[in-house]
Design a protein around this ligand. Structure first.
Ligand code: MG
Length: 158
């Protein structure tokens, strides 16, 4: 059996006039994440973790933000594409662990829904998907409520 581990990170600025979508779930909030796509930092971090485990580059290479076809794109479509790259290479996900760093809104009420969404997009059981959320203790841009960041670590098997 072959084992691969990958790590992904992303941060997006919170601005007014945008929907807040994280992990493929729309979260009710007064601001949303700025980005060329829907700004879903969690799905971007997960996509990069899988690509990293495959040594297959990063989402910036696969889905360049200079390309108009990715303008406003649902990041779940990008992650589905990454999943197909993984499956073409014969790998499957053993488990995924994630962290959301956000001062506001509070993600505790949405963790189960985000876990279900990740599990659905990736085609794996929810018991293989972990979603953790924490504040940044008021520090820096995240602590000031100006941004949300996410980390993801994934283990693949073949
Ligand atoms: Mg991003």
């Amino acid at each position: 059996m072959e084992l691969r581990t990958g790590i992904g990170y992303d941060i997006h600025r919170l601005v007014e006039g945008r929907r807040l979508v994280l992990g493929g779930v729309e979260i009710p909030y007064i601001m949303g994440l700025l980005g060329h796509s829907d700004g879903d930092a969690l799905l971007h971090a997960v996509s990069d973790a899988i690509l990293g485990a495959l040594s297959a580059g990063d989402i910036g290479e696969h889905f360049p933000d200079s390309d108009p076809q990715f303008h406003g794109v649902d990041s779940a479509r990008l992650l589905e594409k990454v999943r197909s790259i993984m499956e073409e290479r014969g790998f499957s996900i053993n488990n995924l662990d994630t962290i959301i760093y956000a001062e506001q809104p509070k993600f505790l009420p949405f963790k189960k829904q985000i876990q279900g969404s990740l599990s659905h997009i990736l085609g794996i059981g929810p018991e293989r998907v972990s979603v953790k959320a924490k504040t940044n203790e008021g520090l820096g841009e995240i602590g000031a409520g100006e941004a949300i960041a996410c980390h993801a670590v994934v283990t693949l098997t073949k």
